[in-house]
Write a protein that binds this ligand. Structure first.
Ligand code: ADP
Length: 488
């Protein structure tokens, strides 16, 4: 099965969130299942500089406002997965985030930047750019890659099957309707049945409308996005796709996230050998200036600081958490108001609450290993990776029961504990009181070491491997490709 993954981020080169982790792991897992998987990435500086053995595949010439566009094929530096790179220096070679300038404003030419990515994806998929390799399935990720589905729909008959994965419906790639003229698509695409969304141009809709199948990164989120509450105005479009929408839960890359082999930790540990976790906790408390107390449960947070993640709830619940003798260790960056609120809390509570503003992959590992519990009180959560890392590291998740959080954490109810199924603590309402009650239950349970260890062992035994997710994608690809072949 030949599959082309089109995306704007890939761990460890370019990462703003979980999307990058998925692209860093899924193609390799598919190769492990026998697939011939390749990547198509924009030539952002970190990507152009790192992809090895690049050879020119096609000189595309000037397009989408770029004077020169070259398609090259090389290999990812660590995984060796083959990767096509769209080198368009004028559009992609700039510092900072893939989507925003350093002042936080969106790059003004994002419509052209990501239309080009989609255009190349579509033409690669229809065999026009690399005669030596043509995918059977094009798999586009989030709005950045969604236009490939529209370009393929504009030039039938396409023999390639298409899958579009929504990693986060909140980010839709909306542009002024006037930008439609830049896309080179027939006028009929600028209609409510196409890319038009309330008089704007929506790249997300290109994927939702024109992909043969739409997936999201958890089964519960697949159901939620068809509702008004979670649909961000696109729930009608999603309901319109009926059974063409499904959820495949993300996995965890066990070569990166495994406490038994994680060389960045103060000590390594496993479900059978938990002593190392206590050392990681001591090390974290020392590193952050938290009181060196083994009995104080440490609640960790590793997160983008946005309203999606519900961290205002953590701020509101914090006085109760600290009063009960627990500690907070937070690592995050984002909304300046949330950043300064957390910094102020840490200043006011030395030894009890520690906050690090910024993005630091290595510290995220130390924090997740050293904390007792990880807080993920999201308002919505397509899949969520930090709770999965928490489970794997025996750091019990305290999560709101939405999206992928609902699919991956089993609440410590009496019956779940009795049946040895419980892996964490969940709550329903997006209110400080509901989070506070879950934190209280976690603190009470932490005071019963035997019970806490039972939960840790059950959490660490969960299998969220990429191999399992890759098998599900392979089954989907097989089904779509054979349906597509029967149309020929
Ligand atoms: P989202 O993609 O919505 O941000 P996920 O939980 O799916 O949320 O993925 C977030 C990823 O980014 C995880 O790998 C998490 O460890 C990482 N991450 C988020 N914030 C930080 C940070 N400040 N420092 C290091 N890693 C972070």
């Amino acid at each position: 099965m030949r599959v082309l993954h089109v995306a704007a981020e890939i761990f460890p080169l370019v990462k703003t969130g979980g999307l990058a982790d998925v692209l860093g792991a899924l193609p390799q897992a598919l190769i492990g299942q026998g697939a011939d998987a390749r990547l198509l990435l924009p030539g952002l500086p970190a990507i152009v500089d790192a992809v090895s053995h690049q050879k020119v595949v096609f000189e595309i010439g000037p397009c989408f406002g770029a004077a020169r566009v070259t398609l090259r094929l090389g290999r990812m530096p660590y995984s060796k997965v083959p990767a096509y790179v769209v080198d368009a220096p004028h559009l992609y070679r700039r510092p900072g985030s893939p989507y925003q300038a350093s002042d936080g404003s969106e790059w003004p030419d994002n419509a052209q930047r990501f239309a080009l990515l989609g255009w190349v994806g579509a033409h690669l998929a229809s065999g026009e750019l690399d005669p030596a390799w043509m995918p059977q399935v094009l798999h586009a990720h989030d709005w950045h890659a969604a236009m490939s589905c529209a370009y393929l729909a504009a030039h039938p008959p396409a023999t390639v099957a298409t899958v579009f994965t929504v990693h986060n419906l909140a980010y839709q790639g909306l542009f002024p309707s006037g930008d439609f003229a830049l896309l080179g698509l027939p006028a009929r695409f600028m209609a409510p049945s196409g890319l038009e969304f309330h008089n704007q141009l929506s790249f997300m809709k290109a994927g939702l409308k024109f992909a043969q199948h739409v997936t999201t990164v958890s089964p519960t989120y697949a159901k939620e996005i068809a509702t008004h509450e979670f649909g961000f105005g696109l729930d009608g479009v999603i309901r319109g796709r009926g059974a063409d929408v499904s959820g495949v839960l993300n996995g965890v890359d066990g070569t990166i996230w495994d406490p038994a082999t994680d060389t960045g930790l103060a000590a390594r540990y496993s479900a059978d050998q938990l002593a190392g976790k206590a050392r990681c906790k001591q090390a974290l408390q020392a590193e952050l200036g938290l009181a060196a107390r083994a009995d104080a449960p440490v609640f960790g947070v590793v997160s983008r600081l946005t309203s999606q993640k519900g961290l205002d709830l953590v701020l509101a619940a914090l006085p109760g958490l600290l009063q009960r003798g627990a500690q907070l260790a937070l690592q995050g960056a984002g909304d300046p108001a949330l950043e300064s609120a957390f910094v102020a809390v840490a200043k006011a509570n030395p030894g009890k609450a520690a906050v690090r503003i910024g993005y630091d992959e290595a510290f995220a590992h130390r924090l997740i290993a050293g904390a007792d519990a990880i807080l993920v009180p999201s308002r919505f959560e397509p899949c969520g990776l930090t709770q999965l890392y928490g489970l794997r590291y025996g750091t019990l998740p305290v999560v709101r029961r939405v999206g992928g959080l609902a699919d991956t954490v089993v609440d410590s109810t009496e019956s779940a504990l009795h049946e040895d199924r419980a892996t964490g603590f969940t709550f329903d309402a997006a209110t400080p009181a509901a989070l506070d009650a879950a934190i209280q239950r976690a603190i009470d349970t932490h005071a019963q070491p035997e019970r806490w260890r039972q939960l840790m062992r059950r959490a660490m035994a969960q299998d969220f491997s990429w191999a399992g997710a890759a098998q599900k994608y392979m089954a989907l690809y097989d089904e779509l490709a054979s349906r597509q072949a029967s149309l020929r």
